[in-house]
Design a protein around this ligand. Structure first.
Ligand code: SF4
Length: 188
């Protein structure tokens, strides 16, 4: 089984069409969200009792990737993911699913169990707690299954997300979601 990048769990959970365009067709453009994200991950700092950039993987799921930061608080392991954007009241679902995928990989590859974690939103300078529930782990399994289905598909999926998700999308030009929503014949 081929190993997939753990971070792509976020992409497919956000928008399956984006996953197909970016990962399978290679339509990866560096808009300001992408560049800011790379810079933020490079600048992530750690305290002495923390780890950053820890490689983790799951042979069962076929995922490999990096935990941005692993913190220890009173003996409890916490995974932390950095995001460029602004926070909402709760972590965005795609971010929470990515974090839960990191927790599954951390347990399988390093034997470290994390029951919760945080997504840090750089523009708001806040972090949102994510509890790793069975429902969230099920969402990880579903996202990975969708990735593998899409890898076997010869065409990208249609637009499945509301327009609000498309505003800052780095593959919007290739996607042309408005054409799709207008039902333009033959548009991929
Ligand atoms: S523009 Fe919208 S529908 Fe198209 S890939 Fe991006 S998020 Fe998905």
């Amino acid at each position: 089984m081929d190993y997939l990048p753990l971070a792509r769990v976020n992409t497919v959970a956000y928008c399956p069409r984006r996953f197909y365009l970016e990962y399978i067709l290679g339509e990866l453009y560096a808009n300001h969200h992408v560049i800011e994200g790379q810079y933020l991950h490079e600048r992530a700092y750690t305290e002495p009792d923390e780890l950053s950039g820890l490689w983790v993987w799951s042979d069962r799921l076929g995922l490999v990737g990096v935990v941005d930061r692993l913190e220890w608080r009173k003996g409890e392991a916490l995974v932390v993911e950095y995001k460029v954007g602004r926070a909402s009241e709760e972590a965005y679902l795609s971010d929470a699913v990515q974090l839960a995928a990191q927790a599954l990989c951390l347990l399988e590859s390093r034997g470290i169990e994390a029951k919760r974690g945080f997504v840090y939103y750089h523009k708001s300078h806040v972090r949102r707690e994510v509890a790793f529930t069975e429902a969230l782990f099920a969402a990880v399994e579903k996202a990975v299954a969708r990735m593998r289905t899409l890898l076997g598909s010869s065409r990208p999926p249609g637009v499945e997300v509301p327009p609000a998700k498309c505003g800052g999308c780095s593959v919007r030009e290739a996607c042309q979601p408005e054409l799709w929503r207008k039902g333009v014949a033959g548009w991929v």
